[in-house]
Design a protein around this ligand. Structure first.
Ligand code: TMP
Length: 192
C-alpha cells in the first residue's frame, strides 16, 4: 500500500514521517524531492528566484520518475507499506500554482503528465495549516515558502480534496506535534 503525506510548507509533515518510521519499523519511508542527483537538480532550481517554472516542473517529474522506478515500485512489488513525504499531489498543488497564467489549466496538465507512467497513492494524509502559519513556520527560505504563494497552493490542495474526498484524510496540523502524530497513526491503523 502506498500512503502519501501532503500539505503546504510548515505543516510539520517531516516530523510526522520520522515518528511514523519509528512506529511502523517495517514501513518503507521515503520523500520527494529525493536525495538523488535529480533531487539535487530540483533543489538547485527551487533555490533560484529566476528559474523557468515549466523547466522546474519537469525537474520534479524527472525526480519522481526515478523515485518511482528505484524505490516505490520495487517496495510495492514486495508488498511493503510505503509512506512518502510528498508525491504527485505536491506537483499538482505547487507547480499548478507556479504555472497559473503561464499554461492552460496547469493542474489538469500536471496530473495528465503523471497519468501516463505513474501510480496514484492508495491514501493521502493531508496536514492542514493556514498559509500564514505555514510560511512563518517554514521561515520563507525559498520562493515557494511565501504566504501569498502558499495561499494558492492551499487552494489547489482543497480542490484536489474536493475531487477525491475518499483518498484524502485531513488532519489539523495546527495542533501540538504529539496530537498531529497520534492522528496520523490513527489514520494509518484504520487503513491496515
Ligand atoms: P520539502 O519542504 O517537503 O522538503 O519540499 C521542498 C519544497 O519543494 C517545498 O517548498 C515543496 C516543493 N515541492 C514542489 O513544489 N513540488 C513537488 O513536486 C515537491 C515534491 C515539492
Amino acid at each position: 500500500m502506498l500512503v502519501t503525506l501532503e500539505g503546504i510548507d510548515g505543516a510539520g509533515k517531516t516530523t510526522v514521517l520520522e515518528a511514523l518510521s519509528d512506529a511502523y519499523p517495517d514501513a518503507r519511508t521515503t520523500r520527494e524531492p529525493t536525495a538523488s542527483w535529480y533531487g539535487d537538480a530540483v533543489n538547485r532550481s527551487i533555490s533560484s528566484s529566476d528559474s523557468d517554472s515549466l523547466a522546474e516542473l519537469f525537474l520534479f517529474v524527472a525526480d519522481h520518475a526515478d523515485h518511482l522506478s528505484r524505490v516505490i515500485e520495487p517496495a510495492l512489488a514486495d508488498d511493503e507499506l510505503v509512506i512518502s513525504d510528498r508525491y504527485i499531489d505536491s506537483r499538482i498543488a505547487y507547480q499548478g500554482a507556479a504555472l497559473d497564467g503561464e499554461i492552460t489549466r496547469p493542474m489538469e496538465y500536471i496530473r495528465g503528465v503523471h497519468t501516463a507512467f505513474s501510480t496514484m497513492p492508495d491514501a493521502t494524509i493531508y496536514f492542514d495549516i493556514d498559509p500564514e502559519t505555514g510560511a512563518e513556520r517554514a521561515g520563507a527560505t525559498n520562493k515557494l515558502e511565501h504566504a501569498d504563494f502558499l495561499t494558492e497552493v492551499h487552494d489547489n490542495y482543497e480542490q484536489l480534496i474536493r475531487g477525491e474526498p475518499e483518498r484524502f484524510h485531513r488532519i489539523d496540523a495546527g495542533q501540538s506535534p504529539e496530537a498531529v502524530i497520534a492522528a496520523a497513526e490513527d489514520v494509518l491503523d484504520s487503513l491496515r
